[in-house]
Design a protein around this ligand. Structure first.
Ligand code: PLP
Length: 351
């Protein structure tokens, strides 16, 4: 009698399945860029010929990585692109970890990391954030884990880990460090991409899904030492960046930096303005976020509060039972005229 052919640990690993929300006219759940797509990238998509679908893309997004390398003044061998930075994180876990090895990560942080770790037969170990929301570098080091994941600004809290602490982590880690800079377009706190290229144990990941407005195209990359990048590239596999994503990403890198800079400026202004509108309300604590979202600790059940926003046509992300925090909401940014709806809804929800 044959048993199930599936891995017996698979049932314990959650499937990422965001719930459909009824009646939403302003969806702020995913931190995407609600200013739209950068214009040169959009034009690149509109002007494609049939070769874009007929031919395989470049095996490893060669034109894109070459342009990125030029802009960062590193070698193309220091960059690995993927189907979203998710793909790069997943491949890095696969490239580095011996089966069963531990992956230490901040808690709470990017929810996909423990999932990718388990899918790659690694063992995630959460280390609570410091009270100020920064990664606890000493706590992460104390695990002795051969793979450490840190995210700064962190998702979902928006908190930054100081540059000097991240460098100390790079220096003292017994193995690999992956620094996720997905939200670094929205802060001046650090940009450790070129630093990572000079080391053999660090990969810094970035995405086109947030500030660069291309979540639907699935494009991200990592920067690190050439040997590490070669290993991640091997573990990732060929053709993961599709032809549309590469063309749009390349056009954006060449021509859309000003558009991104303007949108980032407006995002930061909106973050400050919404943060001010929400703070001081009873049962709400606004964290200092440096991402393209605000993060609120709430006294009531987060799902109940999110439902009240939903009744007003607004989608926000609810978190329950976060380590050291409890109930919380994450609200993405949008151009202010739309975001005023959130401020108005908040005034009704928390009068
Ligand atoms: C959104 C996000 C990413 C980006 O993922 P993509 O696969 O590039 O869309 C990566 N890390 C964190 C923490 C994020 O919030």
């Amino acid at each position: 009698m044959g048993g199930s052919p599936l891995r017996n640990d698979l049932a314990r690993i959650p499937t990422y399945a965001p719930s459909a929300l009824e009646g939403i006219t302003l969806d702020l759940r995913d931190n995407v860029n609600l200013w739209g797509m950068p214009p040169a990238a959009l034009e690149a998509l509109r002007s494609v010929g049939e070769d874009v679908g007929r031919d395989y893309p470049n095996v490893s997004a060669g034109a894109l990585t070459t342009e990125l390398a030029r802009q960062l003044a590193v070698a193309p061998e220091n960059i690995v692109a993927g189907c979203g930075s998710d793909d790069v994180i997943d491949a890095c876990l696969r490239a580095v970890g011996a089966a069963g090895a531990r992956v230490a990560h901040g808690d709470p942080s990017f929810s996909m990391v423990p999932v990718f770790a388990r899918l790659n037969r690694l063992e995630p170990v959460g280390v609570p954030l410091r009270p100020d929301g920064a990664m606890d570098v000493d706590g992460l080091l104390a695990t002795g884990a051969p793979f450490i994941y840190v995210c700064s600004p962190n998702n979902p809290t928006g908190t930054v880990t100081p540059r000097a602490e991240l460098l100390r982590l790079f220096d003292q880690a017994p193995g690999m460090v992956l620094l996720d800079e997905a939200y670094c377009d929205f802060t001046d706190a650090h940009d450790l991409r070129t630093e990572a290229a000079r080391r053999e144990n660090v990969l810094v990941t970035r995405t086109f899904s947030k500030g660069w407005g291309m979540a639907g195209l699935r494009l991200g990359y990592g920067v690190g030492g050439a040997r590490l990048v070669a290993a991640v590239t091997k573990a990732r596999g060929p053709y993961k960046v599709n032809a549309l994503a590469e063309r749009a990403g390349l056009a954006a890198l060449r021509s859309d930096a000003d558009w991104v800079a303007r949108v980032v400026r407006e995002t930061v202004e909106a973050r400050t303005r919404l943060g001010a509108a929400l703070s001081g309300r009873a049962g709400v604590r606004v964290w200092k976020s440096e991402g393209n979202f605000v993060f609120l600790e709430v006294a009531e059940r987060a799902a109940d509060v999110a439902e009240r926003f939903r009744q007003r046509g607004i989608g926000v992300r609810a978190f329950s039972g976060l380590t050291g925090i409890g109930e919380a909401l994450r609200i993405g940014m949008a151009p202010w005229p739309e975001l005023q709806r959130v401020a108005d809804a908040a005034a009704e929800i928390w009068p």
